[in-house]
Design a protein around this ligand. Structure first.
Ligand code: SIN
Length: 309
């Protein structure tokens, strides 16, 4: 059996398979379909300082190849997360990431401060890339200096491993990866959703109340794969690939271009048991191709081809 264990900064994961923020609840909502002991890690929905009701409906629209969302970071806020959700995940048998987000740098800093003493949280993922607040302006997601600054300030108050979730809505994502690395990030998640839009021309109606939203799912996989590869070649910290991953073949594609781990997002909505099955399926594929360990396989696209693969 192939060794699936991976190391993400100081974190040891049993396998490279994580849930993507916003697609798997906050805690253990999916545990009966994808038990934590079969995953590398769980990533929470974005938690903000204050409760947020999110954007008006409609805020989800299914497209031919994925879907558009404009949730607007709906969540109950950090108080509720600390009091209820963390009690739930305390015994989760996998690495726990809390994804944090805000509209101002100070909000990220305060959130990191509030989570610092909580041992239930193994790492923070900073959502620098939600396209559904401030009219899609992506205040932290498109300017390297701003992204570096927020990382620096969070680094000052947090000893936890910090992962920056980046937006694909930029010209050179490698520059963003380098900026967050310079700010003290321990890893990069590439990528969040692409800005998109859908209309019903017959009714002259927008499909989303906010007109534009974040596009995810199988349609974005080639874009996400290119972004993840660009990040992996730009920085020395680990990259977690995300975007359109829906089966074991997809997982191996992201690992092959240099990702140390992957997140499964939109595919979990139609198949919440997928994440729990993937380790077995990835392992079977690696065995079939005589690959003894995921760590040896990561980044193999940019290395000479092994005989049997
Ligand atoms: C949302 O809540 O609007 C989606 C979160 C994200 O894309 O970061």
């Amino acid at each position: 059996m192939a060794d699936l264990s991976v190391q993400l900064a100081s974190l040891e994961l049993r396998n490279p398979l994580l849930s993507a923020s916003g697609t798997f609840g906050h805690g253990l909502e999916m545990q009966f379909l994808s038990p934590p002991e079969r995953l590398g890690g769980l990533v929470s929905k974005t938690v903000s300082l204050l409760p947020r009701r999110g954007n008006d409906n409609p805020r989800i629209y299914e497209t031919e190849a994925g879907f558009l969302n404009s949730i607007g970071l709906e969540n109950r806020g950090i108080e509720s997360y600390l009091e209820s959700t963390l009690a739930e995940v305390a015994d989760a048998d996998c690495v726990v990431f809390t994804n944090i987000g805000g509209e101002r740098e100070e909000e990220f800093v305060e959130l990191a401060r509030r989570l610092e003493e909580r041992d239930e949280v193994d790492a923070l993922e900073l959502n620098l890339s939600c396209p559904n607040v401030q009219g899609g302006k992506l205040p932290f997601g498109t300017d390297p200096a701003t992204a570096e600054s927020v990382l620096r300030r969070v680094r000052d108050v947090s000893t936890k491993p910090l992962f920056a979730k980046l937006s694909p809505n930029v010209t050179r994502i490698g520059d963003m990866a380098r900026a967050v690395e310079a700010g003290g990030a321990d890893g990069v998640t590439a990528v969040n959703t692409l800005l998109g839009m859908a209309v019903d021309w017959r009714r002259r109606a927008w499909r989303l109340a906010t007109k534009q939203g974040g596009y995810s799912g199988v349609g974005i996989k080639p874009v996400a794969l290119r972004c993840a590869w660009e990040c992996a070649n730009a920085v020395d910290i680990p990259v977690i690939g995300c975007g359109g991953i829906a089966n074991a073949e997809d997982v191996l594609e992201f690992l092959a271009v240099g990702c140390a781990a992957v997140q499964v997002g939109t595919a979990s909505f139609s198949d919440p048991g997928l994440l729990g099955r993937l380790a077995g399926e990835v392992s079977a594929l690696l065995d079939e191709h005589d690959v003894a360990s995921v760590r040896d396989f990561v980044g193999c696209m940019d290395r000479p081809r092994p005989a049997k693969v």
